[in-house]
Design a protein around this ligand. Structure first.
Ligand code: C5P
Length: 327
């Protein structure tokens, strides 16, 4: 048997097609109905054996008791706000390696390299995606061979959005968002994402939501969204996109409203803030639509967003796509 000394995993970003948020729970989290949709914006996470003398550059110890060390590096060729990526023990990818090592007793020092393409602090679960990828990469590197249910359970311990990138496709997350159920979605869609020069903290957006919506009802899956996905109807999907956190994100970053209006006026079928923001997502077509119709709409939306001067970067992607894959 050959033993891998380097493992690379590619992992997708997500956009939320519906994010319904209930009232704050006793534990501070919120019950969600969170429809995740994986899109073709990928990070690549590489883990390699670090050797016995290696340690964390900042000298910190592992939450597991100092036995397991994860050193992080990241490139930033296409992500100008890469400085927001923590390269110490607070990075969720390091936490993933630590947790897997502790759970299995097979952890060894690793170097983790993040090749970032997913917007940082953008509401597209880039940090969660990296943690999911680090989990499956270390599982392979250490030949721990954990069953999928165990990997999903560990992912849910790491964060509310960490389990989904292991699964990919389109799925509804309940509870904190970590209890996943795949959704029927035969269509393929084209998306434009407007990246903001600013970041938003997920916790701050939820806190603003609590302030604005102290009497939030229990979240429920949108029947209109479920039917639009099942019918692969892009116009109906565009109309069914909803995000309860959008009002809170706009309250913290009012310029996002102009970004949304710009894309919508240019012909997008749907426009919403992705997750807790500040990335704005525009559905520009898909399903059985002619490719030329989609391309024309996409070009118009991109041109308007570019002309607005509101976006740091504009990226295009398809969805849905599968979850983590080894490369
Ligand atoms: O689970 P995760 O670490 O991604 O959550 C980040 C923050 O988002 C939490 O600290 C909490 O403030 C908020 N959150 C929430 N309810 C959820 C998920 C996240 O309030 N279901």
């Amino acid at each position: 048997m050959t033993v891998d000394t380097t493992v690379t995993v590619r992992v997708p970003a997500k956009v939320n097609l519906q994010l319904a948020v209930g009232p704050a729970r006793e534990d501070g989290f919120h019950d969600l109905v969170n429809v995740f949709h994986a899109v073709s914006l990928f990070d690549e996470v590489t883990v390699r054996e670090a050797g016995p003398r290696s340690g964390r550059p900042d000298g910190s110890t592992s939450p597991g008791g100092g036995t397991l060390l994860a050193e992080l590096t990241a490139n930033g060729r296409s992500v100008s706000h890469l400085s927001r990526v923590p390269l110490d023990a607070s990075n969720l990818a390091a936490g993933a390696a630590d947790l897997l090592g502790r759970e299995t007793g097979r952890g060894r020092p690793v170097r983790i390299h993040l090749e970032k393409r997913i917007p940082v602090a953008g509401g597209m679960a880039g940090g969660s995606a990296d943690a999911a990828a680090a989990l499956v990469a270390c599982d392979r590197l250490w030949a721990t061979g954990l069953p999928r249910e165990d990997l999903l359970r560990l992912a849910a311990v790491l964060g509310s959005d960490v389990a989904f990138p292991l699964v990919g496709g389109t799925a509804v997350g309940r509870g904190r968002g970590e209890i996943l159920e795949p959704m029927t979605s035969p269509g393929r869609y084209r998306w434009v994402f407007a990246l903001s020069p600013h970041g938003l903290s997920t916790g701050a957006v939820f806190a603003e939501y609590d302030r604005l919506r102290p009497d939030a009802p229990a979240p429920e899956l949108s029947a209109a969204l479920r039917d639009a996905l099942a019918a692969a109807d892009p116009a109906a999907l565009g109309r069914a996109l909803t995000n309860d956190l959008q009002e809170a994100a706009l309250s913290l970053l009012p310029e996002l409203e102009r970004t949304l209006r710009t894309g919508a006026s240019a012909g997008a079928l749907g426009a919403l803030v992705s997750g807790s923001g500040p990335t704005c997502a525009f559905l520009v077509g898909g399903g059985s639509e002619e490719a030329s119709v989609v391309a024309e709409r996409e070009a118009a939306v991109v041109a308007s967003l570019e002309a607005s001067g509101l976006c740091e970067q504009i990226v295009r992607a398809d969805g849905d796509v599968p979850g983590t894959v080894f490369v």
